[in-house]
Design a binder for this molecule. Structure first.
Ligand code: KIV
Ligand code: ZN
Length: 566
């Protein structure tokens, strides 16, 4: 059962006051010849998902066994080879889940399941019970080491805190013979490492190593958690590099990172920690976890992918992963979450949309080897996101985004000059709505503005004949403000003949200035659309559009649509 505490009402300050001395800068690590700033990451770390433990313990409603199983299978599908499946001594659900994984043989042969336990004998005992029959396990022991934890929670000296860790390590070592047919890796975390003095973190880690006696052939994992982010990520990197350079038997260790996100720099701390020499990363999908969450492994992995480094995790169907994550955890991936958020491949600003459209067009030619499309960090299709998602329209959008949606969603290929005319009309309407609009709303606007303009002029009947000498004649019945009008004219094509017929009854147009047509859909009811620009003798021009199954009639309607817009 989880109990939530309601904060008592207090008089809150109306301005944020800096109380002298209440907060202080974090002391730097003494490492003047640090190496990590001039390194680059060249390969993927070992990944360990802690979704089913750190992630699960941070949920208002922890996952059921079935939900955990579904998420576990998704993590396996993504390629995780190490998955912390729970804290078996902490709850019956965790214990039952682990037993189910083992008894129903649900763990692939190449996947290590990891379990977390504190340095308490009865908890270690229960943890071992949960592991009977497992093929590959990581037993993860932790105790807290920071000054605040030593002082406030345990009221113990450094030496006493070391004794807790050593005792826990011994209880584990004593029980290892019970897991004869199981491959075991041991892991130790000095919890709250980043807030601990590096010298003490080294001392306690070495004390545990003294009990477990790792070798280069049988390494143990030393996990160095940024349990609560307390400094800028470079400080964490210094701490990791310091440990790597000063701890004994470095070659018998897999150094692991476990960052949280209290200062919003969990990803940065992890990346700098890798530069500083770490081998392994613990984290969760989309950054779920205690408080502000654990590091988002999706982001770290896709950041590698973006630099051409195989992340050795498969997020090629990120939407599917996100769907399972949201359903099983009840969490939502924020719209701006790197790579996975709904809006991250979306540009609202007109100039951005234009640049993206041009960049995508250049990429489609195949002339470039390296991805270099403005405003798109990676090709959205690589993770099954859609190009169509890249352009959405709101009041800030320009003609390019509008034209892109009309073309990609409805096959409307507006001439460039017509895009310049319709763009501001649509933008004005969208601005008035004060929200984003979808493609069909834009199409409705286009239809209202052009295709459905039937006053004052509308078409009743039109007939054209090719005549001798390449000339065409036409007869048409029109309505002007509901009154029938007969017109007839000659021209070098049916539309030219129609324009002349209109001029003959006093319409002050000089003719067709631009024209484009294309079919709209395949099949028997296929229709065509014509776009026609007409000019008046005194200067102004307007575009019109008409739709009909006959391209000739579509063009005539387009002329009247343009005329109706003066
Ligand atoms: O954040 C943390 O320190 C942890 C430990 C148990 C590794 O989750
Ligand atoms: Zn954690």
């Amino acid at each position: 059962m989880k109990v939530f505490f309601q904060q008592q009402a207090v008089n809150l300050p109306t301005v944020m006051k800096m109380i002298q001395g209440k907060y202080r800068p974090f002391p730097p690590v003494n490492l003047s010849d640090r190496q990590w700033p001039s390194r680059i990451i060249t390969r993927a770390p070992i990944w360990c998902s802690v979704d089913l433990r750190d992630g699960n313990q941070a949920l208002a409603n922890p996952m059921t066994v079935d939900q955990k199983l579904e998420l576990f299978q998704t993590l396996v599908k993504c390629g995780f080879k190490e998955i912390e499946v729970g804290f078996p001594s902490a709850s019956n659900t965790e214990f039952a889940f682990i037993r189910r994984l083992i008894e129903e043989n649900l763990v692939p042969d190449d996947v290590w399941i990891q379990v977390l336990v504190q340095a308490r004998e009865e908890l270690i005992e229960r943890t071992f019970e949960s592991l009977v029959g497992a093929k590959k396990v990581i037993i993860h022991l932790y105790n807290s080491t920071s000054p605040a934890q030593r002082r406030v929670v345990f009221g113990k000296s450094q030496a006493e805190i070391v004794r807790i860790a050593v005792q826990g390590a011994q209880w584990i070592r004593e029980r290892l013979s019970r897991l004869q047919d199981t491959e075991v890796i041991l892991q130790y975390s000095p919890e709250s490492f980043s807030a601990t003095e590096v010298e003490f973190a080294r001392e306690i880690s070495e004390a545990v190593m003294g009990v477990w006696q790792p070798t280069p052939e049988r390494k143990m994992i030393l996990n160095l958690p940024d349990t609560v982010e307390v400094a800028t990520p470079n400080v964490y990197a210094d701490q990791i590099e310091w440990m790597g350079r000063n701890i004994k038997w470095r070659d018998s260790l897999i150094v692991s990172l476990h960052t949280h996100n209290d200062r919003g720099t969990g990803v940065a701390a992890t990346e700098l920690g890798l530069l500083a020499g770490a081998d392994r990363v613990e984290g969760t999908l989309f950054g779920n976890g205690e408080r502000t969450g654990n590091v988002d492994i999706v982001t770290v992995a896709l950041n590698l992918f973006m630099h051409g480094i195989d992340p050795e995790l498969d997020f090629s169907d990120i939407n599917a992963v996100r769907e399972v994550y949201e359903r099983t955890t009840g969490m939502t991936v924020p719209q701006r979450q790197p790579y996975a958020g709904e809006l991250v491949f979306t540009a609202f600003s007109g100039s951005h949309q234009d640049a993206i459209k041009k960049g995508l067009a250049e990429w489609a030619t195949g002339s470039r080897r390296h991805w270099d499309v403005p405003y798109l960090a990676i090709d959205p299709r690589d993770i099954s996101r859609e190009y169509s998602e890249t352009v959405r329209v709101n009041g800030q959008s320009g003609k390019a985004g509008i034209a892109y949606l009309l073309e990609t969603e409805f096959g409307l290929e507006l001439p460039k000059d017509m895009q310049r005319e319709f763009g501001p009309i649509a933008s004005d309407e969208v601005d008035k709505l004060g929200r984003e609009v979808i493609g069909s709303e834009l199409k409705d606007m286009f239809w209202r503005e052009y295709v459905e303009r039937k006053t004052p002029w509308s078409l009743v009947h039109f007939h054209a004949d090719g005549a001798t000498g390449g000339m065409f004649s036409c007869n048409a019945t029109l309505k002007r403000d509901g009154v029938a009008v007969q017109v007839a004219g000659l021209g070098n094509g049916p539309i030219d003949a129609f324009a002349h017929a209109l001029m003959a009854i006093g319409v002050r147009m000089f003719g067709v200035a631009d024209y484009k047509e294309h079919s709209l859909s395949a099949g028997t009811s296929a229709s065509a659309i014509a776009y026609v620009k007409i000019g008046m003798v005194d200067g102004p021009t307007r575009w019109g559009a008409g739709v009909d199954t006959s391209i000739e009639l579509a063009s005539v309607c387009a002329v009247l649509s343009a005329l109706n817009r003066f």
